[in-house]
Design a protein around this ligand. Structure first.
Ligand SMILES: *Cc1c(COP(=O)(O)O)cnc(C)c1O
Length: 297
């Protein structure tokens, strides 16, 4: 496992009443099933960071996140599995959540930065004291973003392509996935190189910098972004929870509320509004994140 290779995520048919009514054929690539601990897309985003850290002989990995962070959870798990120490810089004040308990059990050293301290993470010089405290450790941007993060996500497209025949498909028309920073989407856009449109359903409002991040990593073409945030990143409303419950009833596929639930609900709204012609073949990407939902569902 020294190349940090990734398990294959299963590609399954996605059969939902509102897709059937619109004549849309859909599949789902289940990144939530690749590993019981390392959550979904974060594994793909970490791969090139792990390769860089191994190449540099870094003794450890250090990154940032909140107290339900899927990214820190994946990082702590990968560190433990592949022999890197890990340190996490957390937003806010010490709070026990299921995620934080896992991070500790996985051996991650945690530092709580407060809210103001966390806001400074983009300031020049932010990393200096941490690099002094953890010499030679590999620093990973928030959420596993940046070019190294995007690079690993090309494999998501390759995993889908390799399994199309199992559905009796030779091709598909477009991707639909949740976007937070847009890093996963950017990596997929680069890999698709214009062959299929990648639709990003944004978990944050459109004015939070995601279009700029995606443009910087992947250019201007090959994707469309939609606001799926329902008023804000952490906002959860009853219609969303009812939709998640209904989807789980119809498919037995679990969703969480912040990313995958909102993304699929935004797709339903677009399908019902007639955005896709009958006969369209869509691949929904299940980006995982289910560990985080212990905190709020
Ligand atoms: C982090 C995360 C995303 C967003 O990924 P980005 O690369 O930041 O856009 C989507 N879904 C889930 C479940 C996540 O944990």
């Amino acid at each position: 496992m020294s190349d940090f290779s990734l398990p294959q995520a299963p590609l399954q048919r996605l059969d939902l009443s509102w897709l059937r009514h619109a004549g849309i054929e859909a599949a789902v690539l289940r990144l939530d099933l690749i590993d019981p601990l390392i959550s979904g897309n974060k594994w793909f985003k970490l791969r090139h960071h792990l390769l860089q850290a191994r190449k540099a002989d870094a003794p450890g990995l250090i990154s940032l996140g909140g107290n339900h962070s899927n990214h820190l959870h994946a990082l702590a798990t990968a560190g433990k599995r592949f022999g890197f120490a890990t340190a996490g810089l957390l937003r806010g004040h010490p709070r026990e959540t299921p995620t934080v308990q896992d991070l500790r059990a996985l051996g991650m050293e945690m530092h709580w930065l407060g809210f103001g301290g966390y806001r400074n993470r983009h300031e020049p010089g932010f990393w200096e004291p941490w690099q002094a405290r953890y010499p030679g450790w590999h620093c990973i941007p928030e959420g596993g973003g940046g070019q190294a993060g995007a690079q690993g996500c090309g494999l998501i497209v390759a995993q889908c392509r390799a399994q199309l025949a199992t559905l009796g498909w030779t091709d598909y028309d477009a991707w639909w996935l949740a976007a937070g920073t847009g890093t996963t989407l950017a990596g997929m856009v680069l890999e698709e190189a214009g062959r299929h449109v990648v639709h990003g359903a944004l978990a944050v409002p459109l004015d939070h910098g995601v279009p700029e991040t995606v443009a910087a990593l992947a250019g201007a073409h090959g994707y469309q972004l939609h606001d799926a945030s329902r008023g804000g990143f952490a906002r959860i409303d009853d219609a969303l929870l009812a939709f998640i419950a209904d989807t789980e009833r119809q498919t037995s596929m679990p969703l969480e509320a912040l990313y995958t639930g909102k993304a699929l609900l935004a797709l339903r709204d677009q399908v019902e509004a007639g955005r896709f012609v009958p006969g369209t073949r869509l691949v929904f990407l299940h980006t995982g994140g289910l560990q985080g939902r212990r905190g709020y569902l």
